[in-house]
Design a protein around this ligand. Structure first.
Ligand SMILES: C[S@@+](CC[C@H](N)C(=O)[O-])C[C@H]1O[C@@H](n2cnc3c(N)ncnc32)[C@H](O)[C@@H]1O
Length: 404
């Protein structure tokens, strides 16, 4: 059954919000604010529904033709129908409302979103390689809500170097697996920004790992060692702006006396990314990361730290915080995954002597949730910035500075 609905606004996740005739909220994929759409329901719950705009009866001026043939099929890039130049303004409105609703607070008036290139930006991806019926090796993205694969020849958000690499090397990477029935190979790919591609798949032979998985990224005057099996930021074009903002936030903390240069604690540190860039400012540095694969890189990235104490800890951040009482006003950076801060970690920070926190987040929803808890414990929001690391999608990277 179709409903003719007027989209009122965009909500977290990029869907349009509308009301069904019975008053229930309906989240509409593909509908933009102010548009009148024919909506087909895909989920019909007691309190709300989800739908898909199957016909746009009155168009928004901000609607554009999607660029990619896989739009709506691969599960990524769900905002391709919105003018790339307008996406950050829409996301800013969404985040202001999200924060109001979840944290019962206002984002600062000067909250703004840093933007970079709309296409060709994504330097890290996971693709699936397989042989088609004729034996030809093809590749694609795994669709979000199923195990099936949307194949592509070229993806317009991947860097040109990643697209070229796939075209030239997919068959070679898949060669050892040819003949295995219905076999699919998940491969992580990483472009280090200089067009040098590294890749990784599970159970990759050690020799191949040493030759093909490792990478070095030049950023902020540092050479950061990593490999394609572990986390690394996915938008190298915009990353220098995030790094700059983190540097400014850290320097302001030290200058104000709220945080000290005696000790930098980088939690959820990956390969020691932020600590490596900031290391010259501090007498002691601790990085904490639970993925063991990061440890050897963190040791290298913080290796040239003569004259200062460095500890690279491989452990869950919450365990480290509970076991190591931070009783000085150290400089603290946290950059957790989408799930946000584990409650034990948040409580330990509140109990510690840390007075200032630089919180890098890849999920504004869990960030707002965590902020509300910090606010209840006496922290206030000093600074908020957004980073459009994933154009054509509703995802946003955020930086908060909190202090008490
Ligand atoms: C968003 S990434 C940030 C990494 C790093 N700050 C960077 O910029 O490259 C989050 C990292 O947290 C790690 N992680 C996830 N849960 C963790 C936990 N409970 N304790 C410690 N590290 C964790 C992940 O392995 C990942 O490397």
């Amino acid at each position: 059954m179709l409903f003719k609905l007027r989209i009122e606004k965009m909500v977290q996740g990029g869907e349009g919000f509308a009301r069904l005739p019975d008053g229930r909220a309906c989240f509409v994929q593909g509908g933009l604010p102010n548009e009148l759409c024919n909506v087909e329901l895909v989920q019909n719950k007691k309190d709300f529904a989800r739908g898909r705009a199957v016909e746009i009866l009155e168009r928004s001026d901000d609607r554009v033709q999607s660029k990619c043939a896989l739009f709506g099929k691969c599960g990524g890039c769900s905002l391709q129908h919105l003018d790339p130049l307008k996406q950050s303004a829409y996301l800013e409105r969404v985040e202001r409302e999200n924060f109001r609703r979840l944290a019962h607070a206002e984002l600062p008036e000067n909250f703004a979103i840093h933007v970079g290139p709309a296409w060709d930006y994504r330097n890290r991806a996971r693709v699936v390689l397989k042989a088609d019926k004729s034996g030809k090796v093809v590749y694609g993205f795994r669709k979000q809500e199923s195990r099936s694969i949307a194949t592509f020849e070229s993806c317009p958000v991947l860097t040109p170097a990643l697209n070229a690499f796939l075209k030239e090397n997919a068959a070679k990477i898949f060669a050892p697996f040819v003949g295995r029935r219905a076999f699919e190979l998940d491969v992580n790919l990483f472009d280090n920004g200089k067009g040098e591609i590294s890749y990784f798949y599970r159970d990759m032979p050690a020799k191949e790992f040493a030759k093909n998985a490792c990478s070095v990224v030049d950023i902020a005057g540092c050479k950061i060692h990593s490999d394609a099996s572990v986390f690394f930021q996915s938008n190298l074009s915009l990353l220098p702006e995030l790094v700059k903002s983190v540097q400014v936030a850290v320097d302001e903390g030290i200058a104000s006396g709220e945080a000290s240069d005696a000790w930098l604690i980088d939690l959820f540190s990956g390969v020691g990314f932020f600590a490596a860039i900031l290391k010259d400012r501090f007498k002691k540095i601790t990085t904490v990361e639970r993925d063991d694969g990061c440890l050897k890189h963190a040791k290298v990235n913080l290796g040239e730290s003569v004259g200062r104490v460095v500890e690279n800890v491989s452990a869950p951040a919450e365990n480290w915080l509970v076991e190591n009482v931070v009783d000085t006003p150290a400089t603290l950076i946290v950059d957790p995954p989408r799930t946000g801060l584990p409650l034990d970690a948040l409580n330990a920070i509140v109990k510690s002597s840390v007075n200032r926190l630089v919180y890098v987040s890849c999920d504004p929803v869990t960030l707002a949730r965590d902020y509300a808890k910090f606010a209840a414990a006496g922290f206030s929001l000093k600074k908020a910035e957004g980073f459009a690391f994933y154009p054509q999608t509703p995802h946003l990277e955020m930086l908060f500075v909190l202090s008490r």
